[in-house]
Design a protein around this ligand. Sequence first.
Ligand code: ATP
Ligand code: MG
Ligand code: MG
Ligand code: MG
Length: 540
Amino acid sequence: MTAQEIRQAFLDFFASKGHQIVPSAPIVVKNDPALMFTNAGMNQFKGVFLGEEPIKFPRVVDTQRCLRVSGKHDDLEEVGIDTYHHTMFEMLGNWSFGDYFKKEAIAWSWELLTEIYKIEKDRLYVTVFEGDEKEGLPKDQEAIDLWLQYVNEDHIVLGNKKDNFWEMGETGPCGPCSEIHYDGRSLQQRLELPGRDLVNQDNPDVIEIWNNVFMQFNRVFGGEKGGLSEYIAVIEENKNNLGLNFDIKKWKSDNLFLYSKLIDLPAKHIDTGMGFERLVRVMQGKASNYDTDIFQPLIQFISEKSGIKYEKVSDNSGADKMEAISMRVMADHIRAISFAIIDGQLPSNNKAGYVIRRILRRAVRYSYQFLGIKEPFLNKLVLILAEQFKGVFNELWEQREFVKKVVLEEELAFLRTLEKGILRFDIIMTRGAVIPSNAELTKEINAYRDRKILHGFVAFELFDTFGFPIDLTELMAKDFDFTVDIAGYEAALQQQKNRSRAATAIDTGDWIVLKDDETVEFVGYNETETIAHVVKYRKV
Ligand code: ATP
Ligand code: MG
Ligand code: MG
Ligand code: MG
């Protein structure tokens, strides 16, 4: 089946089970201070789950364009290096709002995978929540019993709270989830080591494809140790006693259950998400998402242009050459950039716009350095992409010329300084720094270098003079086995801000952290674990 057919089969299958097909929400989120980009299919239904919006259709199905490059779900560093995490991807989802629950969700996911898609049953493993006594969360025996109708016990894997329990925020709707994983290894390998041992182990051949969330509880403040105000007070107290080793995030997760309790949701919901590109890879029998008909047209085009055969440099083992990684990065990133632009987020110098600019610059840098592409090139991929999404996300086709133009301009601007920046960086890495008229700083930079640390001043200079986002510098440093002195970089950045006092100074540090004085009611699934976030609860 082609990718198009696979997507359509998903929508048709759930439509045949009484689901309303709805369009994807934009990838850019404009009205939620807790979230910059749509990172899961359920985002657009948050209001429904919270009981704030009416249920239009009790059963819904769609394909949602998602972006996981910030906040809780930040996969950017993996993208291109591995073969199954993307920046932008489609999440296929079916929903029940207070309608069917576990029984149907499990039965239909199994029916679709094994009868419609005809995936070999032996290769599928399902995970179920094992429970968490300390937090008073029960084991999901109901799901185990349901799964036993379809799979043998040895294909059921118990999972912990991290992998098999979903919560929207500290409080609010939550529940166990059950995921489906696919073992793509050879028979011999499977006989040597059962797939169940590789589930959730970041193995490139045994991958998670589908998450079924069973929203059945509501976590509310007011537990064994009182409620919200007491919880806040203890956090405040700990904030003041912050020892160097005090981990507020851990403290929160260890103690929240004492201040809150779980109650049954009056209406239970189903929320599922299947990674479309991973499904297509499974269906097309490939070892990498990039070998499917979703990515191949892009990869082939890049390969032609650079004169490097992708197959020659990629063995999908994760030990690929930089050329292969670069091609994957480009094929992936142009999707994130294009969809962000059509959904209203242009690359810019702050917040969400800067995230997009960073992604674009990451792609340009890879293609420049490892594929020898010195002219603007990413923009040429836009037409191929738009063609692919005709009739699916038609907006891209309609706006293709505009997207192409924006990407071209961004590329031109960055390419102007990229070469000089890379040269500067290489000289410092290989020969050391010389900062004219500052012998002390020169000495310090080189002493750091001896310890395999890139001095913060250099990172700042690369940012300020050459436009290198800090994570790009980190990536380049990684190639040399260096880390970056982030504290020094931030101090230099701060100094510059103080000097110029420009209110418009580039806001690289806090593009995901909300400002303290903002009042929000919901610190949702994209929260960064900072004290500032917790304090915000008080203002509600
Ligand atoms: P993983 O453990 O592989 O990072 P996840 O548990 O973070 O995935 P979920 O939040 O459960 O993913 O999302 C539902 C589905 O979306 C996953 O089962 C997977 O198929 C897909 N998915 C998640 N992240 C990505 C990504 N970065 N690129 C492509 N598909 C993804
Ligand atoms: Mg993940
Ligand atoms: Mg996972
Ligand atoms: Mg998951």
